[in-house]
Unconditional design. Structure first.
Length: 328
C-alpha cells in the first residue's frame, strides 16, 4: 500500500513537473531574432501545424503546442493563411495569432485614370495571387483604389471587388448630383469623369475642369480633349514605356482620326469612358464648379490656366508655347 502511494505521489509530482515545464515553454519568448512568415495551408491539422512550427524553430516543443490547442477547447480553430510571426514571439502569441486568423494583408494600389486593360495587367502582375484574368471588363466599371488581399487569393475575386466598389460608389453619389447636368446616366457621368481624370493630375482643378466641360456640352462645343484622341489611337492599350501612351508626342494629324472618341471631330461625349476614373473625379463631374470658362491650357507648373474667351485663351496658349520652348 505504501509502495502504491509512493508511486502515485511520484507520478503526480512528475505530472506537475511536466505541466510546469510545459507552461514555462508556452510562455517563454521564442528564438526568432527578427520577424518571419509562416503559412498554414488549407487542410492542415493541429499536429501538422505544430510539426511545421517546430521544424521552422518557431516553437521549442510541438507537444506543448498541441496540448495548448486541446486545452483551449473546440472554440479554438487554427485558420489557414499566411502569418507574420514577430521576433521573440511566445507559443501563446503564435496560438492567439493563428486562432484569430490575423493573416498578412498584402495590397495592390490601382492609380486613377488607368484603362481596364492596364488595371487587369497590373492585377495579373501582383504577386502571391492565383489565377489570371483574361477578360477585360468594360471601361469605367472598375474603381481605382488600394485593395487588400491575402496570399493565394484569386485575382478574379479581387477584380469582382473592384467592380462592386464602382457599383457601391454609384449608389453613394448618383442621387446627390447637381441639377441641370448635360447628361442623364451614370455611364455618361463616368465617361466625362474619365476625361477630367486624364486631363489633370492636380486635385484642386478637377471641379474647375469639370465645369469647363459642362459648359462646352451645354453649348454644343466639342470637348477637344487630347486624351480622347489618344484612346482612339491606342484602343485603351497604351504603351506607357517612358515616352507617353503613344510612344511619341500627339501630332496635329492625329486630331483628324475618324473615331467617335475624337472629341475634336465630334461634339458631345465619347461612346464610353476612356479610362477608370477615381472617386474624386466622378464627384467633381456630378457636382462641378460653376464657372464661365470654356478653355484651359497648361501653365508650365503642372496645372492649367483657364479663360472664358478665345482671345484670352490664345494669349495663354502663346505663353505656354514660350514656356515649352524654353524647357527644350
Amino acid at each position: 500500500m505504501k509502495l502504491l502511494i509512493s508511486l502515485l505521489m511520484t507520478a503526480i509530482l512528475l505530472a506537475a513537473c511536466v505541466i510546469a515545464y510545459g507552461v514555462h515553454l508556452y510562455k517563454q519568448p521564442g528564438a526568432l531574432t527578427e520577424p518571419t512568415t509562416f503559412v498554414v495551408s488549407k487542410g492542415m491539422g493541429t499536429r501538422q501545424i505544430a510539426t511545421s512550427l517546430k521544424q521552422q524553430n518557431l516553437i521549442p516543443e510541438k507537444w506543448v503546442f498541441v496540448a495548448a490547442v486541446k486545452l483551449a477547447g473546440d472554440k479554438t480553430t487554427l485558420k489557414a493563411g499566411e502569418y507574420e510571426i514577430a521576433s521573440r514571439a511566445t507559443m501563446a502569441d503564435i496560438l492567439k495569432l493563428l486562432s484569430e486568423g490575423k493573416v498578412v494583408q498584402r495590397k495592390v494600389t490601382i492609380p486613377e485614370g488607368l484603362t481596364s486593360f492596364e488595371m487587369v495587367r497590373l492585377l495579373n502582375s501582383s504577386p502571391n495571387m492565383t489565377g489570371e484574368v483574361t477578360d477585360i471588363p468594360a471601361e469605367g466599371t472598375l474603381l481605382p483604389e488600394t485593395y487588400l488581399y491575402e496570399r493565394n487569393e484569386p485575382r478574379a475575386k479581387k477584380l469582382a471587388e473592384m467592380q462592386k466598389s464602382m457599383t457601391d460608389l454609384k449608389a453613394e453619389l448618383w442621387d446627390k448630383r447637381a441639377k441641370d447636368l448635360p447628361f442623364t446616366t451614370w455611364e455618361q457621368a463616368v465617361t466625362l469623369a474619365s476625361i477630367v481624370e486624364k486631363e489633370t493630375g492636380v486635385a484642386r482643378e478637377r471641379k474647375t475642369i469639370a465645369g469647363v466641360f459642362i459648359n462646352r456640352l451645354k453649348q454644343g462645343i466639342p470637348l477637344q480633349s487630347d486624351p480622347t484622341v489618344i484612346y482612339a489611337l491606342t484602343n485603351g492599350k497604351p504603351k506607357n514605356e517612358g515616352q507617353g501612351p503613344l510612344g511619341r508626342r500627339l501630332l496635329s494629324k492625329d486630331l483628324e482620326i475618324d473615331s467617335p472618341y475624337n472629341t475634336y471631330k465630334y461634339a458631345g461625349l465619347p461612346p464610353t469612358p476612356i479610362a477608370n476614373p477615381g472617386r474624386e473625379a466622378i464627384a467633381a463631374v456630378l457636382n462641378p464648379e460653376s464657372n464661365s470658362f470654356i478653355y484651359f491650357v497648361a501653365d508650365g507648373t503642372g496645372g492649367h490656366v483657364f479663360s472664358s474667351t478665345l482671345a484670352e485663351h490664345n494669349r495663354n496658349v502663346a505663353k505656354w508655347r514660350k514656356i515649352r520652348a524654353a524647357q527644350k
